[in-house]
Design a protein around this ligand. Structure first.
Ligand SMILES: [Zn+2]
Length: 117
């Protein structure tokens, strides 16, 4: 351990409220190795824990900063992929090995984040 075999893609920093949500989700999901954080163009957030196989380890949670409910658009489309502005996984400490992180990320988010040409 303590050796970096590969560079992990940089993970955006969590906003304060996101961090609180992520910690709550991880607390309620003992199998979760991380939380998928999806930021939508309307300002709502979608999150769900994933286990070591990249399978869902919690229910999908949606919320909107400073609001009691998510916006009407999200109520209609449940936070469509088309409106995702940013998507990343926040790993539980200690983070899984880079290879495992990549495998989970590929399963959860597909290969859409990689540009092929
Ligand atoms: Zn929304």
């Amino acid at each position: 351990m303590g050796q970096f075999e590969e560079t992990t893609p940089e993970t955006p920093a969590l906003e304060i409220r996101e961090r609180a949500m992520v910690e709550g989700i991880l607390e309620g999901s003992p199998d979760g190795v991380g939380v998928v954080v999806v930021r939508l163009d309307c300002g709502c957030r979608k999150m769900a824990a994933v286990d070591e196989n990249g399978d869902p380890a919690s229910k999908i949670i949606m919320y909107r900063d400073g609001a009691e409910t998510i916006c009407d658009t999200c109520k209609d489309d449940q936070g469509s992929y088309l409106r995702v502005t940013q998507q990343f996984i926040h790993w539980r400490e200690p983070e899984p090995p880079a290879k495992q992180q990549q495998r989970i990320a590929a399963k959860v988010m597909g290969t859409g984040t990689t540009t092929t040409h």
